[in-house]
Design a protein around this ligand. Structure first.
Ligand code: GDP
Ligand code: MG
Length: 673
């Protein structure tokens, strides 16, 4: 069993470097009511007098006591005088020329070889944080005891359970102490040493009650019956020790500690243990080999090792999980920059390809919450832009009067027989112009999306970029600049697309000629058939209804309003005017649809060619051209302070975890329990 001690020590060493809150060390916690003998039990386990003991509240802060087995001084001196090759936890205090010594966490460099002094330091440190008048504090004192006489154990001495506040103690002292005790024993990695004096009824034991609360199955509770020597004459604890009163799974061990009188007369621990053994032989001969302080120490050591063994698989998993987490974090920080130009090229290339992939839809980080990249551009083309065009009324904003005025203006002074073509051209151009605004808006939307992809790529895909804030900003700047440069070009092209349509109204367009002819012929037929009466009648109506406007009867109206060139607000149209209007409307509609179709088709193509594809193709070279400049490299690749520091810390942690993992594996392999 002792062969495991060095391994446990190593394990503890590693755990300390890894941090106690990450890996919980199995430890033994002493619980019991005030003056039940907790400190005395601990002291006999250590084999030295050093804990403040006595009646009333003495232990007022938790004391975390780590016992560390060291070779006797002679042996240590030999190792040190030898080549000093053998390095392990046991000779980590090479300078100490004492057989046994202690150190406190709160005064790290001080070595206490006088155990009386340790006792005084505990008292002083207790007073430092909890006052001199019986106050308590949950802040533990950490003490390490190095000795050849101890087994490797970590023990926690706690203030006893009290009921009535005394001195400076607060009203809720009972609850406070219970909370403190529970915080230690609820740690599933602790063994609970419930101390109950033999001279009080076990059924009233507060220690057992608290232990049951956190360990109902009794898997980690050991019962210590103290003060066997103080039982009333004629009674003994045999029934209790045999577990017949209250069974305790891990066992019940009776002990006899030193009485206050023994302490006062400075009875040595050796004498006390001898007397204890003699007492047990006398009163409990059948149990003598399974009772007493020595047996308690061995039992505890064994339980602790079993406990460690039981914890190993879980510890291993935790170390593995933590390692993976830290490894991932380390990877995310990347390697420290050695070759600046290569790193810059690599990051720029990755950014450029991420950018293109997001447009192409081949990116690895596909978003599911909203459309982005190429998909959004597609949406802009076909939904936003397409729908807007579709919703434009070919004759929108064009009243019959507008048409009529245009016809009349086009015919000049002569009354025309046929609908003048000039007026059609004039009017259809006016409609075509209306396609420009939504087309330019389409360019703008795509431009915005391309801008958004920059953010998307720099935060999502190119994790590395976060390391180099300057480079990140520069990349954003360059891409934004490139987009800004291309925007007016794309706009110009789209503007031209509409301008081209306006430049020449192609009435010989194959889709148009048929429609034009049909509507023209239909109209002339209609005109012939319905001429005469209808026209006369309509003229009459017009004449009657609109004399004041001067637009109805050509002879009278013109005579009256010779100088009035304003377009009349409304009036009834003549049949011919009506027909002319209809013809023009039909032609406009027909031609407009042709142009709209072509614009709807060519604007996306233009945007793709002049903006999207251009940026895609030139992004990489633009980035390299602007950023890959020798004097810039160093500056661009300055890591953020945090990253550099975090990388070091994470690497150290990872190293410690690896060591812990090795030790765990070692224990599992070499010791088949
Ligand atoms: P704690 O408050 O639980 O830490 O108890 P202490 O260890 O301070 O002991 C309280 C008092 O009981 C001290 O005066 C001890 O000497 C005494 N005491 C503890 N254990 C025994 C024992 O087994 N026998 C006798 N006779 N006295 C004991
Ligand atoms: Mg005590």
């Amino acid at each position: 069993m002792e062969t495991l001690i060095p391994t446990i020590n190593r394990l503890q060493e590693v755990f300390l470097t890894v941090g106690a809150e990450i890996i919980q060390l199995p430890q033994i916690v002493v619980v019991g009511s005030q003056s039940s003998g907790k400190s005395s039990v601990l002291e006999s386990l250590v084999g030295r007098d050093f804990l403040p003991r006595g009646s009333g509240i003495v232990t007022r802060r938790p004391l975390v006591l780590q016992l560390i087995n060291v070779p006797p001084l002679q042996e240590r001196l030999k190792i040190e005088n030898g080549n000093g090759v053998k390095q392990n936890a046991q000779n980590s205090f090479p300078g100490v020329k004492a057989e046994e010594w202690g150190t406190f966490l709160h005064c790290k460099n001080q070595i206490f070889t006088d155990f009386q002094e340790i006792c005084r330091e505990i008292e002083a440190e207790t007073e430092r944080s909890s006052g001199s008048n019986k106050g308590i504090s949950p802040e533990p004192i950490h003490l390490k005891i190095f000795s050849p006489k101890v087994l490797n154990l970590t023990l926690v001495d706690l203030p006893g359970i009290t009921k009535v506040p005394v001195g400076d103690q607060p009203e809720d002292i009972e609850a406070q102490v219970q909370g403190m005790i529970l915080s230690f024993i609820s740690n599933p990695n602790s063994l609970i040493l419930a101390v109950s004096p033999a001279n009080s009824d076990l059924a009233t034991s507060d220690a057992l009650k608290l232990a049951r609360e956190v360990d109902p199955d009794g898997r980690r509770t050991l019962l210590v019956i103290s003060k066997l020597d103080l039982m009333d004459a004629g009674t003994d604890a045999l029934e209790v020790l045999l577990g017949r009163v209250i069974p305790v799974r891990l066992g019940i061990i009776g002990v006899v500690n030193r009485s206050q009188h023994d302490i006062n007369t400075q009875k040595s621990l050796e004498d006390s243990m001898r007397d204890e053994q003699a007492f047990l032989q006398r009163h409990y001969p059948s149990l003598a080999s399974r009772a007493g302080s020595r047996y308690l120490a061995k039992t505890l050591s064994r339980l602790l090792m079993h406990h460690i063994r039981d914890c190993l698989p879980e510890l291993k998993t935790r170390v593995t999980v933590l390692s993976a987490q830290y490894q991932a974090r380390l990877n995310s920080y990347g390697q420290p920059v050695e070759d600046h130009s290569a790193t810059l090229l690599q990051i720029v290339t990755k950014f450029a390809s991420d950018y293109c992939n997001t447009i192409e839809g081949t990116a690895r980080h596909i978003q599911t919450s909203e459309l982005c990249g190429g998909a959004r551009i597609c949406y802009i083309f076909h939904e936003t832009f397409g729908r807007t065009l579709q919703s434009i009324d070919p004759l929108g904003g064009l009243t019959e009067l507008d048409i009529l005025t245009a016809i009349r203006n086009a015919t000049g002074p002569r009354p025309a027989l046929f609908v003048p073509e000039v007026s059609f051209e004039l009017l259809v151009k006016r409609q075509i112009k209306r396609l420009e605004e939504p087309s330019l808006r389409c360019v703008e939307l795509v431009h915005e999306e391309l801008q958004r992809i920059i953010q998307h790529c720099s935060s999502f895909s190119t994790q590395e970029l976060l390391r180099f804030p300057k480079l990140h900003d520069s990349i954003v700047e360059v891409v934004t600049g490139l987009l800004r440069k291309r925007l007016p070009i794309a706009n110009e092209m789209v503007h031209n697309l509409v301008a081209i349509e306006l430049a020449y109204v192609n009435t010989k367009h194959p889709d148009f000629t048929d429609a034009a002819q049909v509507s023209a012929s239909v109209n002339s037929q209609q005109a012939e058939a319905s001429d005469g009466g209808k026209r006369w009648k309509n003229d009459k109506v017009g004449e009657e209804k609109a004399p004041a406007t001067g637009f109805g009867s050509p002879s009278k109206g013109q005579a009256i309003n010779l100088l009035d060139t304003a377009v009349p607000v409304s009036r009834k149209l003549s049949a011919k005017e009506q027909r002319d209007c209809e013809v023009i409307q039909r032609l406009i509609k027909c031609y407009f649809l042709i142009v709209r179709k072509s614009i709807q088709d060519s604007v996306p193509k233009t945007v793709m060619h002049f903006l999207v594809n251009f940026v895609k193709e030139h992004l990489q070279s633009e980035l390299v051209g602007q950023l890959y400049k020798q004097p810039l490299l160093q500056e661009l690749l300055i890591e953020s302070q945090d990253t550099a520091q975090q990388r070091i810390e994470v690497a150290q942690m990872l190293e410690a975890l690896k060591k812990a993992n090795n030790i765990i594996s070692e224990i599992r392999e070499t010791h088949l329990w």
